[in-house]
Each structure stands twice: as C-alpha cells, then as structure tokens.
Design a protein around this ligand. Structure first.
Ligand SMILES: C[S@@+](CC[C@H](N)C(=O)[O-])C[C@H]1O[C@@H](n2cnc3c(N)ncnc32)[C@H](O)[C@@H]1O
Length: 216
C-alpha cells in the first residue's frame, strides 16, 4: 500500500496528536507578544483552531479580539472568519494590531504579495511561522511533512521553502525588523521532533522599525 492510499481518516488520526503539540507551542510562542485590547488577525487561519486556542488561553490579555482571514473558508470555524479572493486584504492600513501568518506563505504562489498585505494591515507586529530549508535532507523532510499535514485537508502544496538567508532577505524586503527571530523551533512531540522539527521551522515577530521601542 502506498502512502497516498492511506485513507484520509487514518492520516487525520495520525496527524492529530502532532498538530495538538504544534498548536500548544505556537500559542506559547505568540501569547507573550499580545497586549490588552489587541485586534489579532490570523491570516490563512484554516480551521481557526490557532486563533481560538490563543483566545481561550488563560494567559491571553484581557479584551484581545481574534479573527481569521481565509482564501478558502471551510465553514464551522470557532472564530469569525473573513473570506477574500487572495488579493488585497479588505482591511485598512494598520487596521489590526497583530497579524499571524502560520504555515501559509509556503502555500502561496506569490508569498511577497501576501506578506506585504499582511505587513500593511499590521499596526504593531507581523508574526510569521513557516518552514525552512536547513539541515541534512531538509527539502525532502519538509516536503514530506508538508504533504502529510495538508493532504488530509486537500490543501495544495507548492514544495517551495526559504533558506535562513532567504528569510532574512524576505523581512528586509518587507522593511520590517525582528523583535524575536528563531531559526529553529521545538514544535513536535518526541520522535517527530527529531526528524521533522527543529531547524525545519522558522518563527519571527516582525515590527515596523519605528515601533521597535514599544516592545515591553
Ligand atoms: C497549512 S494551512 C495553515 C492553517 C493555520 N494557519 C494553522 O497554522 O493551523 C494553510 C492555509 O492557508 C490558506 N491560504 C493559502 N493561501 C492563502 C492566501 N493567499 N490568503 C489566505 N489564506 C491562504 C489555505 O487555504 C490553508 O487554509
């Protein structure tokens, strides 16, 4: 039996505990950057579980409002989701305080266009989580991870990922500077982490340069 013939339900069941661990790590990584009353937009929110988990976390500052933005809204998400056609985001410049774009840019044929839109509407921070080509057989390992994580949900993969230097060039092109930047992330449970975690993951909290001194 080939991997492609594993039923969707079995793939989802395999993926679930790994996804749950990833969700916890992402919430832990993001929540300290939020402030009371923040408007947060999760761009490419998928099923909306990341934004919902941030809002439900006891450490979430008071009055934080989370919403999602999706090119392909799935329906039934636990948060408000704004649908759009993938072009201009239907929000004004600086309309939200924090934009999250988690494992979305590598699905986008024109990641710079999407990232510029995210930066435009982000009043304070743009938080990026994505993959990274770093380490032995990194391209092959991420491609497998990407396929395994997305095939059960029918999300198409382009198998194009940045190297560490391409991530630096990416944020330079956006005209943003890192408040926090990690070129490695312990994101998966033991066993998965050693093969598919660590340096295959990039995380950054980017700020418009004039906002840098605002970090508490
Ligand atoms: C791998 S999923 C990530 C979902 C969620 N961010 C998470 O971390 O669980 C990628 C999502 O990005 C969405 N997407 C791809 N291109 C997009 C775009 N240009 N604008 C908004 N969403 C997009 C896809 O529909 C898909 O739901």
């Amino acid at each position: 039996m080939s991997l492609l013939s594993i039923p969707k339900a079995a793939m989802s069941a395999l993926h679930r505990p790994v996804y749950r661990h990833r969700l916890r790590v992402l919430v832990d990584s993001i929540i300290g950057h939020l402030r009371p009353g923040d408007e947060v937009l999760d761009v490419g929110c998928g099923n909306g579980t990341l934004a919902a988990a941030i809002k439900a976390d006891p450490r979430c500052p008071e009055g934080v409002r989370v919403r999602g933005l999706e090119r392909y809204p799935r329906g039934g998400e636990p948060i408000e989701v704004i649908g759009y056609d993938g072009g201009r985001i239907p929000l004004d410049d600086g309309a939200v305080d924090v934009v999250i774009v988690a494992d979305v840019l590598h699905h986008e044929p024109e990641p710079d266009v999407l990232a510029s839109e995210c930066a435009r509407i982000a009043g304070r921070y743009l938080i990026v989580k994505d993959h990274q080509v770093k380490g032995l057989l990194a391209q092959q390992r991420i491609s497998f991870l990407d396929w395994a994580a997305n095939a059960p949900y029918g999300v198409p993969c382009l198998y194009r990922y940045n190297t560490p230097s391409q991530w630096v060039a990416f944020r330079d092109r956006l005209g943003m500077e890192p408040v926090e930047e990690r070129s490695s992330m312990r994101i998966y449970p033991f066993g998965f982490e050693q093969i598919l975690g660590g340096s295959l993951h990039y995380f950054a909290v980017l700020a418009h340069s004039t906002d840098q001194e605002d970090e508490p």
